[in-house]
Design a protein around this ligand. Structure first.
Ligand code: ADP
Ligand code: MG
Length: 696
């Protein structure tokens, strides 16, 4: 049989060879199902409708309302393929009240046959006024006999992929619902308390809504059957995170007890005292490091909250015990800045710090590598260069990843693998991207978290101003004024996502314009295309106040710390995301002088652009901003940034189903200790073989 572009058939005769032991599903169909992540019959049970359509009623053509889905039934009057304005299938269908045109831009021979003149068909779609009169574009079409009855219940519509029709999916799912076990591992008491139906009942209700089902609740996913599915999904997520957590605690790591020798010496040398939050986080980390199983901790603190020093203390604790620690940062600029800080803090204590980056000369690099390999140097700072092949840290006991969301799982794992000897290093991840509570309870539940919820004292709050781009001149005046008072300024050029070349050009143009407009000021330019040593020289010049203004692309977004800079200008602020704006703004407000952040925007503003600017204008607290971000964008990007390979939630939503998260957490805990087999069965149902995905 030649391959057909239309519906892959499920009826017995047409089936190809049995794929992967799934009877009745041929290789081609199996391939299409796999695109939907349906790899086993059980996955079909959880392939739930995207929405429902009401095919229980027919609408007369004459009264179908434009813009609303409707089902009409009639006789095909004509059907032809036309070539203008482009190739399409055009059919006219008539009922007692009128005539309607149906058009398909993509169509299959089977559809053409179904639409032969004289045949009766039902069309489901939205009516709208078109060039040929009332029309439906791409309606669903079905051949019917005269007087064929209407379905009694809502029709499920499934997510699907090319070549796999709704009818096929429906048939497959129906067959599966009667052939696989739909057992219920949840304690009936919990279900009763939460008002959730049994699993079998829930999936049947969703795949085959009853004629009297509460349709709005089904559509809005508020129906108890949906709640059951969402609860189970959240529960499985908690179970797998919990299990990963327990598995980690069962592994061995070097115990690094706090000796308070070097750490105390460094704390004494600092020109400031740790904030309460820093001391608390440092103590939590110190206790974790002393344990004989690997730490996996996220140190979360808003921009400027002082995470670096906390990391340095942890690294010293490793060194005190004669072990190595490595700190990886996402950009050359940031890595170098960290390295300089560590050198300033630690060399007086007699500790050397190796620095690895792509930009160092080969000879220097090799010398550093030798000293790390021999264990002579205990501390290392670097970019991705740290995880490259020749790097070997035989006594690595602590790996720190700064701005962890900038790295992929593989990179974080690679750093962990840099040690040797079988013991796992402790991991400390740092991030300024605050995780909203719901996310912390779900997607990040396998990590321990320390939070720096306090900024170092003496900071004056940053004032944020929104300025239309018509007032650019005025903004230049402010730059001049700030610099005349001995401060420094950043001027961030717009993000141009479509073209890196264009972005670069804009940066160069801005640099030239500012240099010309402010001849008395020393203006520098920093962008991603510069060579590493050029970047480093420019950054060092700015840090040393040999430059007054730094025109930059978003390369300065993370970590850059020059306390004397107190003015930040961001052009085309409406193009940046909230997290990015918050990070950029956080480059100022690091000294005691009052800082200002000027957001220049261009009209017209889109709805989300306006909303984002309002949020950033009204809030300085990273948690507030993250919450707003979650509301505007949904969790996808937060979670995507983690790139953990953890399955995303398919049905539960962190906004609508908050009330289910806590009960799911409690039950997960309880099931793992009281009924681990039921927990296994649940995880197998939802994750199949996918649970073994990487976690870092
Ligand atoms: P972030 O959390 O954004 O990484 P940093 O570690 O870069 O913050 O610290 C921001 C600035 O605050 C640095 O200049 C740092 O030296 C300073 N700092 C850190 N802790 C304190 C403190 N307890 N008191 C005063 N200044 C501090
Ligand atoms: Mg930092």
């Amino acid at each position: 049989m030649p391959p057909r572009a239309a519906d892959a058939s499920v009826s017995g005769a047409a089936l190809g060879p049995v794929a992967r032991g799934w009877p009745g599903v041929g290789a081609q169909l199996a391939g299409r199902l796999a695109k939907l992540d349906i790899l086993r019959p059980e996955d079909l049970v959880l392939h739930l409708p995207l929405r429902y359509e009401d095919e229980t009623r027919l609408t007369a053509i004459a009264v179908a309302r434009p813009g609303f889905p409707a089902q009409i039934e009639g006789e095909v009057v004509s059907c032809e393929v036309t070539l203008r304005p482009r190739r399409q299938l055009v059919a006219r269908v008539r009922d007692a009240s009128g005539t309607l045109v149906a058009r398909w831009l993509n169509f299959y021979p089977s559809q053409q046959q179904m639409l032969a003149p004289g045949r009766r068909v039902r069309l489901f779609g939205e009516v709208r006024g078109g060039f040929f009169g009332d029309e439906m574009v791409h309606p669903r079409v079905r051949a019917v006999e005269a007087d064929e009855g209407l379905p009694e219940a809502l029709t499920p519509v499934y997510p699907t992929t090319a070549g796999l029709g709704q009818a096929t999916l429906r048939k497959l799912i129906d067959r599966t619902l009667t052939s696989v076990a739909l057992d219920d591992p949840l304690p009936p008491a919990v279900c009763a308390r939460l008002g959730l139906p049994a699993f079998a009942e829930a999936v049947r209700a969703l795949h085959h809504p009853a004629p009297d089902a509460d349709s709005p609740a089904l559509e809005d996913r508020e129906h108890p059957a949906w709640r059951r599915i969402k609860f189970e999904e959240l529960l499985v997520q908690q179970l797998s995170l919990r299990r990963a957590y327990n598995a980690r605690r069962a592994r061995g790591a070097v115990s690094l007890p706090a000796r308070n020798e070097l750490t105390a010496a460094m704390a004494r040398q600092l020109p400031f005292r740790l904030t309460g939050a820093q001391a608390r986080a440092a103590a939590e980390i110190a206790a974790d490091l002393a344990a004989a199983h690997p730490m996996q901790r996220l140190l979360q603190g808003d921009v400027g909250s002082g995470k670096t020093i906390v990391a340095a203390l942890a690294m010293l604790q490793a060194a005190e015990n004669g072990y190595q620690a490595a700190l990886m940062a996402p950009t050359e600029i940031l890595a170098e800045q960290h390295w300089k800080k560590l050198v300033a803090w630690l060399e007086p204590l007699g500790l050397q710090v190796a620095w690895l980056s792509g930009s160092r000369r080969k000879r220097e690099r090799e010398a550093e590598l030798d000293r790390l390999r021999s264990g002579e140097v205990l501390l290392a700072v670097g970019t991705h260069a740290l995880i490259e092949d020749p790097v070997n840290l035989p006594r690595l006991a602590l790996a720190v990843v700064d701005e962890q969301h900038r790295f992929g799982v593989r990179q974080r794992l690679a750093l962990r693998e840099k040690g040797s000897g079988g013991l796992r290093p402790h991991m400390l991840m740092m991030s300024a991207t605050p995780i909203p509570r719901t996310l912390a309870m779900t997607h990040y539940a396998d990590l321990d978290v320390s939070v720096l919820d306090e900024l170092p004292p003496g900071r004056t709050p940053i004032r944020t101003k929104l300025v239309s781009d018509a007032r650019r001149e005025e903004v230049m005046g402010r730059v001049r004024e700030a610099c005349r008072k001995g401060h420094q300024a950043y001027w961030v050029c717009p993000l141009i996502e479509e073209s890196e070349a264009l972005q670069l050009q804009t940066a160069i143009d801005t640099f030239e314009a500012l240099s010309a407009a402010l001849p008395e000021l020393r203006v520098g330019l920093l962008h991603g295309r510069l060579k590493a040593d050029e970047k480093s020289a420019t950054m060092a010049a700015f840090a040393a106040h040999a430059l007054d203004v730094l025109v930059a692309t978003t390369v300065i977004e993370v970590g850059v710390d020059v306390p004397n800079a107190n003015l930040m200008v961001i052009e085309h602020a409406e193009r940046f995301g909230l997290a990015q704006l918050h990070q950029l703004r956080g480059r100022v407000g690091r000294g005691s002088a009052e800082s200002v952040c000027i957001l220049i925007y261009a009209q017209p503003l889109s709805e989300t652009g306006r909303e984002r600017l309002k949020v950033i204008y009204e809030n300085t607290d990273g948690f507030e901003i993250a919450r707003a971000d979650l509301r505007i964008r949904g969790p996808g990007e937060f979670v995507g940034a983690r790139q953990s390979g953890l399955p995303l939630l398919r049905y539960a939503s962190l906004e609508d189903d908050i009330d289910l998260i806590e009960p799911a957490r409690e039950l997960a805990e309880q099931m793992l200790s009281a009924s681990p087999q039921a927990a296994e069965r649940l995880m197998a149902r939802w994750l199949g073989g996918r649970e073994a995905l990487l976690r870092a």
